[in-house]
Structures are given as structure tokens and as C-alpha cells.
Design a binder for this molecule. Structure first.
Ligand code: C2E
Ligand code: MG
Length: 709
């Protein structure tokens, strides 16, 4: 038997004792009784919890009358209360019952042997009421959250319940519908003949057994509109298996069909552009392949990747990025026939399935059309946005025999298009496949190269063109591959960037170069600075400046002994952001160089804005300058401008005496290239600083033989 805990609140100690005795003597099991004399003590005890019933006098030392009950009800709303009174207090006790007390006990019955049983009944009844209440609430919430309509009726088919969906579908609010016949609230007609049908509820009540989904009928709503529904009805039984009513469940057939179609569409389409997604594209390629088999034609898969989307997305925000993707999607659709498929693979990647008929050139024409269509700026929220695309093409049956391989090959060809300078298209070739394989090997190898200490730095001197003395060293990264030997950065830097390793590798280079600069300084090798190349990715990384500071601190290298070289093209990507980072670096105290100057952008105006120290003229310009003609005018202008801005101008990739003489005649400050020395190991470089550049005297002499036009 469960032990019940009763709290007695009365100021009358005699009454308390009597009740204690009565409850203590209970034959069918003990009560645990606690007594307090003041309401405040009672309320405090109730807050601690664990009380199953309260017996209280309404007249207490600190509170009298009905207010006592009100305070107890608010302190313990879920605990049954029995009030105690003498004969004169019965009116008040009755009022208390009306306000929520569960019963009252008059003084003559305090000793009644029936008291324990009636108290136990009150407690049990309260527990059952509580459970029913929770059960009802749960059922109500469940019924109102489902999309099916539910109506309950009594034995005569009169409504006693409607859920929210039923209210909406019939047009009858619950309060109005209650008591009306089901045939009135939910009139049904045959979908075929339009004549009234016998209501399923009536049939169920008569047959006494459930009926499954019937043939479709038409429900006439309260306002006269008609909807096609399907329904199921079942009788409700009581505890004695007697039928007490019926429940009918029904739904709008069209709405549920539309919902199913919508779900199917969502599963196969991209939510942003509403283009087919990769699942549907795969299906269409498979279908396309079987058609091609039958008619002996071709089909092509074009993989389209936007070249500079990430930058736009990062700098202008995702909302603009999304609109740009939608605009691109529209243009792509404009480049193909209706029978072709344009799909979005995710991010800034699209894939197109183009059926070629007998025309093998069709894919190339489509790709060219895409390149042209995308080259027109997209105007989005008042901004003119430029994106280009790199496109890879694979064809069936030449390149692959299934959808997955066709897509993979088109993707490989797209990478090739990226490597060829973006904004172009490439057909897949097996040779590319081999390169893609190599790319994969490099990627796997790179992931371990740092840990296995396979990177080294080589150093190439920069030389003062007047005196032939070594002024500094440029650190150039080399990967000593266990099988392939020494690998130059051109082969792996791009891959390291794509697989997210470049920032980590760059940090290693910075650290190693600074440590080496420190060692040389300690050994008395007199260099103005050691230069480190910084890729666009590192330069725009938010922790970059902090990293530079940290490395300088750790290696204790004087900041102006470190030169950071950033490619002109990297700086031009976002001129304002670049200027801000350069300013911060200037504050750190490092030397700043623009690398590869003149190779592409030749936008000179920013030079005055950026706090740079060194201009490195791109190798490609120097190589064309073997005579005073050719690009001499451009190089001359760059040198003159550098001088006027007080920048040190360095000619990169000096290979022969003719170039040297030409540059000396133009008063170029410094040079770097194989003419002086190829990149060397750190030890070889230290030795070179002792012996000096071979033929140094000859290098300084030749100046007078050239005149500048
Ligand atoms: P860069 O900064 O323009 O470096 C000079 C490149 O020119 C080096 O190629 C060097 O070996 C080469 N070179 C030097 N003298 C001559 C010459 O007389 N003729 C010719 N044709 N080439 C010459 P390398 O070492 O293959 O580096 C290529 C590029 O890779 C570098 O171009 C630089 O942009 C990048 N790079 C090198 N090391 C790193 C690094 O640690 N981090 C980053 N982010 N990039 C690096
Ligand atoms: Mg460089």
C-alpha cells in the first residue's frame, strides 16, 4: 500500500492531536502526518513538495476565512485540500468547495473511522483526474497538429469533437459544429455521379466495425465549395465493448497529391535556383545514354565552375552571392536547348547535359556561348558584378560509359581550364586523366610533407647593379619528394591552395626564412633582407599579420630584415583590403615588395597609395628586353616611376649580359636571376656571400656601352 503524506494546518492543538490519532490508527495502511499551526509555515512546507493532501482550518492565527484557501490553492494547485470546520462553519466550507477544495470535514467526524478511507479516496480521485487531464491535453495537441481532419460523433451521429484540420476543411468552427449531425457538417456526394452518398459514419455505426479508405467522395464545404476527399471511419467502444460513437478521418486528396508532388520536386531540385540537382542530373544522363545508344548520336557533359565567386561571396555577403548564382543559372539556361539539362551541383558548380545530335562541335559551341554570356556583368542590387567560368567537357561514348565517370572527367577537364588561366573551356583527354592522377598523388604527398620535413628553402641573391654586391636573398620553396626529387613550387602551390594546406606551408616558410636570416646575421653575413613570397591566399588570411608578428618575435629578427613579396595580381584583387593589410605590415616594420610587376595589370595609380619599398619587374618583361627596342619603353617607364616614388626597383629573371647592360643603362637598382646565381641551398648561399658573384668586375664595367634612347 502506498504511504500518503498529509499536511494538517490548524491552530487548535486538540484538533491536530485528534486527527493525528485517527489517521495513525488507519487499519488499511499508515499516513505520514505533518502538523503546522500557521498558514505561512504550511505554505513553506508545501513549497518543499511531497505532500499528497492538505487538511486545513480556514481560521488560522495568521490568516482567516476564504483567503486561507486561496493562498493554499496558489501555493499547491495540484494538491487536494480538505477543509476542517465546526458546525457553524459549514457555509464557509461549502464556499471553499465551490472555489476548488475537494471536500470538508466537520468537527464531530474528526474521530470517524471513515476518515482515512475518504481521505484516501480524495487523493486517488485527484490523481486520476490529473492523469485524464494530461491524457486529454496530449490527445488534443496531437489531433490539432496533424494535417488529417478528424471528427468524433456520438451514437446518433451528432458531432462532439472536431480537430483544427476538420474545422478548416468543413468550414465549421468546433463550437458551432458540436451537436449538429455529421451529415450536416460534413455532407458528402459521389465523385462520379454527384448524388449524395450514405455517410461513412452512419454505415460504421450501423455495421459496428471500421471502414478503410473508401472510394473518393466530394465534401461540400459550409460555403458551398467542393473538395475531393478520401476518408476512413471507425466506431468508438466503451469499457464494456459497447459502441458509444464514431470517428471519421479524412483529407483533401488534391492537397495531399500536390504535397507529394512538391516533395518529389524538392528532392530532385536545388532550392536556390530551382534547377535540377545532382540526383536528377544523374538520372537524365543515364536516360540520355540509353537514347544515344539507340540512335547512335553523342552527348556531352559540361562542368562549369565560377572563377571568382568565392571572393564576391566573402566580400559582399551571401545574400548577394545567392542572387548572383540565380542570375548565372538563368544565363546558363539561355545557352542551351530546352531538351538539355542545366543542373546545380552545389556551391558555385553547375553541370550541363547537352545532347549533341550528330554534331560533335555542339558542346564546344555551347561552352563558348556560356563563356560569352557570363562575361556580361550581372547587375545585382545596384552593383555590377563580374564573374567568369572555367568549363570542362566530357563526351559519351568517347570519354566514358556511365554518368559518374562522365561527370568526373568533365570535372578534371574543368581543372585543366582553371590551370590554363580560367575563363575558358577544355575537352577531357586521357592525358588529363594522367595529370589528374598526378594531382591526386601530389595532394596526398603534400598532406604529409610538412610532418616528414620534406620542404627546404633555396635562396637566390639580389645584386646591386652598380657594385655587383649581394644585397639580399629571396627564399624559394622546394619540396624534396622521396620519389620525384626536387619539386619547384609551380607544380604544387596551386594544389596546396586548393586543398587548404597553403597557409600552413606558408607559415613554415616564413619561420624557416626568418630563422635562416637570424643565423646569417649572427654569422656576420651582411644582407639587407631576406625575402619571402606571400600568396594571395596567405595575404588575405585574417591571421596573417599576427603570424608575421609572432614569427618575428619568436626568431628575434629585426623586422626590416624581412621582405614580404606579394604578387601585383594578388594586391589588385581587392585594392582597399590590400592597402589596409599593407599598412598593418608597415607598422610591424617589414619591407614590402610588389612581385611580378607589369605582368598583367599595369595599373600604376595604386603604387602611390600602397606603402611599398620595392618593385620587382616581372621576368616576362625582362626576358623580352634583349635590346634597347622591344619592351624597353615599358621597362624604362617602370624604372623611372619607381625611382620617382623612391622605390628600389629590382629586375627579376636576369639571364644575360644584354639584359643587364640595358637595365644598368636605365639605372635599375638591383637585379636577380641566373646570370648572377641560380637559387642555392643556405650553405651554398653563405659561401657565395664570401666569394662574391662570379665575374662581378665584368658586370660593373659594361654600363658605358649602352645608351638609352
Ligand atoms: P617568383 O617570386 O617570381 O620567384 C622567382 C622565380 O624565378 C623562381 O622560380 C626562380 O627560380 C626563377 N628564376 C630565377 N632566376 C631566373 C632566371 O634567370 N630565369 C628564369 N626563367 N627563372 C628564374 P621558382 O623557385 O620556381 O618559384 C616560382 C614561383 O613560386 C615564385 O616566383 C613565387 O611566386 C612562388 N614561390 C616560391 N617560393 C614560394 C613560397 O615559399 N611561398 C609562396 N607562396 N610562393 C612561392
Ligand atoms: Mg618573388
Amino acid at each position: 500500500m502506498v504511504t500518503n503524506r498529509v499536511l494538517i494546518i490548524t491552530g487548535d492543538t486538540g484538533d491536530a492531536e485528534t486527527l493525528l490519532n485517527t489517521l495513525g490508527d488507519a487499519k488499511d495502511g499508515p499516513f505520514v502526518v505533518e502538523c503546522v499551526s500557521r498558514l505561512s509555515d504550511g505554505v513553506e512546507r508545501l513549497r518543499a513538495g511531497g505532500i499528497d493532501a492538505i487538511m486545513t482550518d480556514l481560521s488560522l492565527p495568521d490568516c482567516q476565512g476564504i483567503q486561507t484557501l486561496d493562498l493554499l490553492l496558489s501555493a499547491a494547485p495540484h494538491t487536494p485540500i480538505m477543509t476542517l470546520c465546526d458546525r457553524d462553519g459549514e457555509a464557509l466550507a461549502t464556499e471553499a468547495v465551490q472555489r476548488g477544495a475537494h471536500g470538508y470535514l466537520t468537527k464531530p467526524h474528526f474521530e470517524s473511522s471513515l476518515l482515512p478511507q475518504s481521505l484516501r479516496n480524495i487523493i486517488q480521485r485527484h490523481a486520476i483526474e490529473d492523469a485524464i487531464f494530461i491524457e486529454r491535453a496530449r490527445a488534443e495537441i496531437t489531433l490539432n497538429s496533424i494535417s488529417d481532419a478528424v471528427i468524433g460523433t456520438d451514437l446518433s451521429g451528432n458531432i462532439d469533437y472536431l480537430n483544427v484540420a476538420a474545422e478548416i476543411l468543413t468550414g465549421w468552427p468546433r463550437d458551432e459544429a458540436r451537436g449538429h449531425a455529421i451529415t450536416e457538417v460534413m455532407p458528402l456526394k459521389s465523385a462520379d455521379t454527384g448524388s449524395p452518398v450514405r455517410h461513412p459514419v452512419e454505415r460504421v455505426l450501423q455495421a459496428g466495425k471500421p471502414m478503410g479508405m473508401g472510394s473518393e467522395t466530394v465534401l461540400v464545404q459550409r460555403d458551398g465549395k467542393e473538395v475531393q476527399v478520401e476518408d476512413a471511419a471507425a466506431p468508438i467502444y466503451d469499457a464494456n465493448r459497447r459502441i458509444r460513437g464514431a470517428v471519421i478521418v479524412f483529407r483533401d486528396v488534391m492537397a495531399s497529391r500536390e504535397m507529394t508532388a512538391k516533395m518529389a520536386h524538392l528532392a530532385q531540385h536545388d532550392f536556390l535556383t530551382n534547377l535540377p540537382n545532382r540526383v536528377l542530373l544523374n538520372d537524365r544522363i543515364a536516360q540520355g545514354i540509353s537514347l544515344v545508344e539507340r540512335f547512335g548520336t553523342h552527348l556531352a557533359v559540361l562542368f562549369v565552375d565560377l572563377d571568382n565567386f568565392k571572393r564576391i561571396n566573402d566580400s559582399l555577403g551571401h545574400a548577394i552571392g545567392d542572387k548572383l548564382l540565380q542570375s548565372v543559372a538563368k544565363r546558363l539556361c539561355g545557352c542551351v536547348r530546352r531538351s538539355d539539362t542545366v543542373s546545380r551541383q552545389g556551391g558555385d558548380e553547375f553541370a550541363l547535359l547537352v545532347s549533341e545530335g550528330n554534331d560533335a562541335e555542339h558542346a564546344a559551341l555551347t561552352a563558348q556561348r556560356i563563356v560569352t554570356a557570363l562575361s556580361v556583368p550581372h547587375s545585382i542590387e545596384g552593383l555590377e558584378l563580374h564573374v567568369t567560368a572555367s568549363i570542362g567537357i566530357s563526351t559519351y561514348p568517347d570519354d566514358a560509359s556511365d554518368a559518374a565517370t562522365l561527370l568526373k572527367h568533365a570535372d578534371t577537364a574543368m581543372y585543366q581550364a582553371k590551370e590554363r588561366g580560367r575563363n575558358n573551356y577544355q575537352f577531357f583527354s586521357n592525358d588529363m586523366n594522367a595529370r589528374a592522377g598526378e594531382r591526386q598523388l601530389i595532394e596526398t604527398g603534400l598532406r604529409q610533407a610538412l610532418a616528414l620535413q620534406q620542404f627546404v628553402l633555396h635562396y637566390q641573391p639580389t645584386v646591386d647593379l652598380d657594385t655587383g654586391t649581394i644585397t639580399g636573398a629571396e627564399a624559394l620553396l622546394r619540396w624534396v619528394h622521396p620519389q620525384w626529387g626536387l619539386i619547384r613550387p609551380r607544380r604544387f602551390i596551386g594544389i596546396a591552395a586548393d586543398c587548404g594546406l597553403l597557409v600552413q606551408i606558408g607559415r613554415w616558410v616564413l619561420q624557416e626564412a626568418c630563422m635562416q636570416a637570424r643565423r646569417w646575421e649572427d654569422a656576420g653575413v651582411g644582407l639587407a633582407s631576406v625575402a619571402v613570397n606571400i600568396s594571395a591566399l596567405e595575404f588575405s588570411h585574417k591571421a596573417f599579420v599576427a603570424d608575421v608578428r609572432e614569427v618575428l618575435d619568436a626568431t628575434k629578427l629585426d623586422p626590416h630584415r624581412l621582405q614580404l613579396e606579394v604578387a601585383e595580381s594578388s594586391l589588385m584583387r581587392d585594392v582597399n583590403a590590400s592597402a589596409a593589410v599593407l599598412m598593418e605590415l608597415k607598422d610591424v616594420g617589414v619591407r614590402l615588395a610588389v612581385d611580378g610587376f607589369g605582368a598583367g595589370y599595369s595599373s600604376l595609380s595604386y603604387l602611390t597609395e600602397f606603402p611599398i619599398d620595392v618593385l620587382k619587374i616581372d621576368r616576362s618583361l625582362i626576358q623580352k628586353v634583349s635590346t634597347a627596342k622591344g619592351n624597353g619603353v615599358v621597362v624604362g617607364a617602370v624604372i623611372a616611376m619607381g625611382a620617382s616614388l623612391n622605390h628600389c626597383v629590382v629586375a627579376d629573371g636576369l639571364e644575360n649580359h644584354a639584359q643587364l647592360a640595358f637595365l644598368k643603362a636605365l639605372h635599375c637598382d638591383e637585379g636577380q636571376g641566373n646570370l648572377f646565381s641560380p637559387p642555392l641551398t643556405a650553405d651554398q648561399f653563405a659561401a657565395l656571400t664570401v666569394t662574391g658573384i662570379p665575374g662581378r668586375a665584368a658586370l660593373t664595367r659594361r654600363r658605358s656601352r649602352f645608351r638609352v634612347a
